[in-house]
Ligand binder design. Structure first.
Ligand code: 26V
Length: 710
């Protein structure tokens, strides 16, 4: 394994020649990128091999999530291995610019926004902390659409991120799992016990692709992100069907099966109960749990009685909530355990995070659709619901309102969040304020029944990605000032307080910000041909476009500034660039109109010589993790202006703050806690409190003066 620049160069050239049969002169940037990835992967395998014996046999944690936004990996892994400089210099001596190779990497868009990025940050954290924590999700052939702006409008382009292959993944054909859909359930009494047989089902082969997760410093823990792809159980050509002359049937079934992992739903704006979505949910749950149980048994522990002591499964939003009835099915139907024992194990294994209080976002499935697709799972849910209602009677809590608000099956639907709360041992919100609203409003009945389950876990972000790696200049400045320990322990950044009046430090800080603004300006010029003035204030709002996030409020503010400046150009004292970025769900008309409006305003101002020296509006195309890494370090002002109570937490707010932007925000989500931490010189709060907004929604009109709860 290479240890210095010379041995790296040797190994790299060998990789190109031996691994890919290409010599340096013929290699494209893509070839050069792939060779480097393979070399880094080998370094990981080496670490994994030498540390195998020291791997603990401790609890295995599985983070089930329909979305993972892992971002590009190469630069992060070079930083984590502390070999970026060595590799950069080594490549330079071979006339290769590392930055060109980094640009080759796809940014897998396997998520919609904050929820998927949070999942990726947790994977990094678990690896760093030495927790054996693995991700379980779907390998969508097409990720979230790529956004182009054409004549001011959003146009969606398919995200074919796998077109050249994805060199980080490893297909594990021998770990494939069969998942069963549809069919019917036959019951039989066997030795006094009711036994369930699933018959006439359709089977789908779930094939895992593993992506290694490596964190900083702690390179002995290389965890795994397992992404499942749907395939038919028969080979490329089903000979039996083919011979019977049913070729069309065979191919149409193939495309029906492959549709399951074909595309990510860009559904930030509606949760229409589509059958394909439910199929996706059960598909990755059944495949994931099947493979967990298999590897658990491989360790030689035959009984599953110990399961919840050795395995934890986390349910990220309600999308993977079928983990609960699926584990019940495995324990009862496959392992022959009774209901009570299976239920104990299941509840103790599962924990659940809620990420929104928006009622439209709560998942529910029409019972008829559900029953047809997952007949055995439905029966189990029916029984969970029946027993839960029975327990309410025992607790004298069976009044109409409590029963109505806590039932899993009602009004012809399966309510997924109710299943999640009843079947998990822990239920958390994602910021103090959000958790408080869950306990006092949205799930108040459950809080009376299961008060002990509710807890808060305020979101966090990976400072090694969004500060150390994304902002190398600031990182160097910080390290020079307080030493390197902040890279492992973010709390060490508090030491910077000591420098708050240090003139030379502050001057260098301003210089770093300016250089980061130049870096962003250069990128925007290359990608979109737009000029940004790095001497102007960069006032940034990047996030999904949504009514509650209030990009429109920001637009109205800019219009106000513009109108004032038309009559009085001196009213603009400093030069200001308003930067927007974010995707609108394709079917969300309002959000798409906001994008159009931003671009129209941008044009209007650009063509008005009275103001265009002082005011500028730009919409950055295709906001994603990679773009964020250039934007956060370059921002002067971070816009976090959602209607209070609606943004469960936010995580962009944290990324901007750690890169030294001032926040303009409302008392919503984690802004409340950021406000407490950074003080009024760094965050500027306006607007109603969450309590006032909730009062307004419920009763109309303005509330009487209120106490701030959080
Ligand atoms: C979905 C929908 C669909 C229907 C219309 C309204 C609506 C609003 C929000 C959502 C997203 C649901 C789940 C989600 O992504 N939540 C986000 O999770 C982040 C990580 O915890 C958190 O930082 C964001 O505040 C939260 O919106």
């Amino acid at each position: 394994m290479f240890t210095d620049k010379e041995s790296f160069k040797q190994a790299y050239l060998m990789k190109l020649i031996e691994g890919e049969g290409i010599n340096l002169n013929d290699a494209t940037h893509w070839d050069q990128f792939v060779a480097l990835v393979i070399l880094v992967k080998e370094k990981m395998s080496y670490y994994r091999a030498i540390n195998q014996n020291s791997m603990s046999q401790g609890k295995q944690v599985y983070y089930f999530s329909m979305e993972f936004l892992i971002g590009r990996l190469l630069l992060n892994y070079l930083v984590n291995f502390k070999i970026e400089d060595l590799v950069r210099e080594g490549l330079a001596e071979l006339n290769i610019n590392l930055d060109d190779l980094l640009e080759q990497e796809a940014d897998p868009g396997l998520g919609n926004g904050g929820l998927g990025r949070l999942a990726a940050c947790f994977l990094d954290s678990m690896a760093f902390l030495g927790i054996e924590g693995h991700g379980n999700g779907i390998r969508y052939k097409y990720g979230l659409f790529e956004q182009k702006i054409v004549a001011g409008n959003q146009v969606e382009v398919a995200d074919n991120w796998l077109k050249n292959g994805y060199p980080w993944e490893i297909r594990k054909q021998n770990r494939a799992v069969v998942v069963k859909f549809k069919g019917n359930i036959r019951t039989e009494q066997n030795e006094g016990r009711l036994t369930f047989y699933h018959e006439n089902y359709e089977q789908v082969l779930a094939v895992p692709y593993d992506v290694p997760i490596l964190s900083y410093e702690n390179c002995s823990y290389i965890n795994n992100l397992r992404l499942w792809s749907a395939e038919t159980t028969c080979g490329e050509l089903d000979l039996v069907c083919f011979n019977r002359g049913e070729f069309n049937q065979a191919t149409s079934f193939k495309s029906e099966v492959e549709a399951i992992s074909y595309i990510l739903y860009p559904d930030d704006s509606s949760r229409a109960g589509r059958e394909l979505r439910l199929k996706q949910e059960y598909f990755f749950v059944a495949a994931g749990l099947g493979s967990i149980v298999r590897s658990y048994k491989k360790k030689g522990i035959n009984s599953l009685q110990e399961f919840s002591r050795r395995v934890a499964v986390h349910i990220n939003d309600t999308h993977p909530v079928l983990c609960i009835p699926e584990l019940m099915r495995i324990l009862m139907d496959e392992e022959g355990m009774g209901w009570d024992e299976s239920w104990n194990i299941t509840v103790n294994t599962m924990s659940f995070t809620n990420h929104t209080i928006m009622p439209e976002a709560m998942e529910k499935w029409p019972i008829d659709l559900f029953k047809g697709l997952l007949p055995r799972i439905y029966l189990i849910i029916e029984e969970i619901d029946r027993r839960f209602k029975e327990s309410l009677v025992r607790k004298f809590l069976d009044n109409e309102e409590v029963v109505r608000n806590t039932q899993i099956l009602k009004d012809g639907y399966v309510w997924m969040v109710n299943l999640a709360i009843i079947g998990s041992s822990s239920v958390n919100g994602v910021a103090k304020l959000h958790t408080e609203i869950l306990k006092e409003e949205v799930f108040k009945e459950y809080n009376r029944i299961f008060g002990y389950k509710f807890n808060n876990k305020t979101n966090g972000v990976n400072h090694r990605r969004f500060l150390l790696t994304a902002n190398p200049k600031l990182s160097r400045l910080i390290t020079d000032a307080i030493g390197p320990s902040w890279k492992e322990e973010a709390g060490e950044l508090q030491k910077l307080h000591g420098l708050k009046n240090d003139r030379s430090f502050l001057e260098q800080l301003a210089k770093v910000k300016y250089e980061n603004k130049c870096r962003l300006a250069e990128r925007v010029k290359t990608k979109q041909g737009i000029d940004l003035d790095p001497l102007s204030i960069f006032d940034v709002q990047v996030k999904r476009i949504h009514a509650y996030k209030r990009q429109l409020l920001n637009v109205l503010k800019i219009m106000h500034l513009y109108n004032k400046a038309i009559n009085d150009p001196e009213s603009l004292t400093t030069s200001h660039t308003f930067i927007f970025g974010g995707k609108a769900a394709p079917g969300y008309h309002y959000a798409k109109t906001v994008i159009k409006l931003i671009n129209a305003l941008s044009q209007k101002i650009e063509h008005d010589p009275k103001v265009n020296q002082k005011l500028k509006v730009v919409f950055l195309e295709n906001f994603n993790v990679t773009q964020g890494e250039f934007i956060y370090p370059a921002a002067d002002i971070s816009e976090q202006i959602s209607t209070a109570s609606k943004e469960a937490s936010g995580t962009g707010n944290m990324k901007f703050m750690m890169n030294g932007a001032l926040t303009l925000g409302t008392l919503d989500g984690a802004n409340v806690e950021i406000n407490e931490a950074v003080g009024k010189d760094n965050i500027f709060i306006f607007g109603l409190t969450a309590e006032q907004v909730l009062h307004y929604t419920r009763y109309g009109g303005m509330p009487t003066p209120t106490l701030e709860r959080v």
